[in-house]
Design a binder for this molecule. Structure first.
Ligand code: TYD
Ligand code: MG
Length: 467
């Protein structure tokens, strides 16, 4: 067998090349190809291994329900789907400094205090640094087993002694290396090799393993992108740097739903769980100013109210700006196109900015109506009613389409003191008996309503939502 001589590996996607080149053909990234030690080839002339027979099983049969170990941090357990599954491996990704190490030391300490064995292995910080953080968080008394190590084989040998830990935290996978491959730590080959070895350890020992992974500037978990396929769950920890709110989101989960989020607040003494995120996202509302609309959304199984803020201003540029934070750029383009084509709203001479307050990232199309309302309100300089929530999907024809879970959205709005809901006509039946429902069949109706408000003499609407 010919020796594989493709030791140049793209550090972004893992593609192999025989020689160096500036751009990876597979993923299109520049300057990501580096030379790595070749993965060991099979010795020439060696007979192929004779296959071992294994039993094939029917789909039905006696299986124990995967036992879960709750971490004791409710927002974390919500995202994992009820706690750690024995022998499962979880990858936690996030920007540097977002709070991954803080979150995990809190998880480890909570478990350790509940008399479960939890180990925290840091490849980035010295033991003293981790201790200092634990002291700041008031967790120094928790019996977490701590080490600063980077050799996967040594870590596994140490942890295999005595009782198996219930939870092993590896911070981070990019700093780990295994003897199995020759490449330098941090390269794709090493990261993959180290992850494979740790996954095998998890399956064999029944310990739950959490791997921390750093994220590149375009949001991919660097290197460990190849690891994403190998692990049971991928969580991402997000937040705007300037904002204290942090969102934990399941990107992939073999043992639970992927649309749940957990909300935390970064405080001087670590991450605090936020049990009622709507209150928090609406806490700094600017009542009575044009360009803001409250969206009644759903994240996973939980209703969530957030404020959408828009600014539409005359442009001085040839091509007006369209900027969006916290929502989908193409979704904004679509709403703008529908406003132009079906509602007579001229936006080609205006810059458009759209922001979701609190650093939340919304993925639901149900936010279309709230976004459109905020945009038109800003353009017409007409504040929207402070006691109203908006939700509904806008179709390309300008119709307002129904969305799922109307009752849950309305209940949350009612709980927080809202009196009115602007929502799709077709969802009216589901929402009877809660708020005052103002249903709209098409976006043009809503635009006409808001424009009419703008023409009325200014009457500041200062009724606070939760007064
Ligand atoms: P860290 O957990 O080290 O981030 P990561 O592991 O994702 O790189 O968090 C670092 C940031 O969190 C740092 O900028 C300071 C902030 N922080 C607090 O605000 N309060 C705290 O109690 C702690 C421990 C950190
Ligand atoms: Mg860290």
């Amino acid at each position: 067998m010919a020796r594989r001589n493709d030791s140049f590996v793209c550090q972004n996607c893992g593609a192999h090349y025989g020689r160096w080149q500036g751009r990876c053909d597979a993923c299109g990234e520049w300057n990501t190809i580096a030379e790595e030690g070749a993965e060991r080839p099979i010795a020439p002339g060696r007979a192929p291994r004779k296959g071992r027979r294994f039993a094939l099983e029917p789909l039905s049969g006696e299986t124990q329900d995967a036992p879960r170990l709750a971490s004791g941090i409710a927002e974390f357990d919500r995202v994992t789907g009820g706690g750690f599954v024995r022998g499962s491996v979880l990858l936690l990704g996030g920007d540097p400094g977002i709070g991954k190490s803080t979150l995990l030391i809190q998880v480890a300490a909570t478990l350790a205090r509940a008399k479960e064995r939890a180990a925290y292995i840091s490849g980035e910080e010295a033991v003293a640094q981790v201790r200092l953080r634990a002291e700041r968080l008031g967790l120094a008394g928790a019996p977490v087993e701590l080490a600063a190590e980077t050799s996967v084989e040594d870590i596994i040998a140490t942890l295999s002694e005595g009782a198996t830990p219930r939870l092993v935290i590896i911070d981070s996978i990019q700093t780990m290396w295994t003897d199995m491959v020759d490449s330098a730590p941090g390269t794709v080959t090493q990261v993959r090799g180290a992850a494979q070895t740790l996954i095998r350890f998890a399956k064999r020992s029944g310990a739950a393993v959490i791997l921390v992974g750093h994220v590149t500037k375009d949001g991919q978990i660097a290197g460990p992108r190849v690891v994403e396929h190998m692990v049971d769950a991928v969580l991402s920890f997000e937040g705007e740097g300037s904002n204290q709110f942090r969102i934990l989101r399941a990107v992939k989960n073999r043992f639970g739903p992927t649309d749940e989020i957990g909300v935390f607040e970064m405080t001087g003494s670590g991450l605090r769980e936020v049990a009622n995120p709507s209150e928090l996202f609406l806490s700094e509302r600017d009542l009575g100013s044009p360009g803001t609309a409250v969206f009644a959304g759903i994240e996973g199984s939980r209703p969530l109210l957030v404020e959408m803020q828009a600014l539409v201003a005359p442009t001085s540029l040839g091509t007006p700006r369209r900027a969006v934070v916290g929502w989908d750029q193409s979704r904004l383009s679509m709403v703008l196109a529908v406003l132009e084509a079906h509602c007579g709203v001229r936006l080609s001479g205006h810059d458009v900015y759209l922001n979701v307050a609190g650093g939340l990232r919304i993925q639901e199309p149900a936010a279309d109506l709230a976004a459109a309302a905020a945009l038109v309100s800003s353009l017409a300089n007409a504040p929207l009613a402070a006691d109203a929530v908006f939700f509904g999907e806008v179709s390309l024809s300008g119709a307002v389409r129904p969305v799922a879970q109307t009752a849950a959205r309305l209940k949350e709005a009612q709980k927080l003191g809202f009196a009115r809901a602007i929502m799709p006509e077709a969802s009216r039946a589901e929402g009877e008996g809660t708020l005052t429902l103002e249903t709209v069949g098409s976006l043009s109706t809503l635009v006409a309503d808001i424009a009419a408000r703008g023409k009325r003499p200014a009457r500041p609407e200062r009724r606070a939502a939760n007064e």
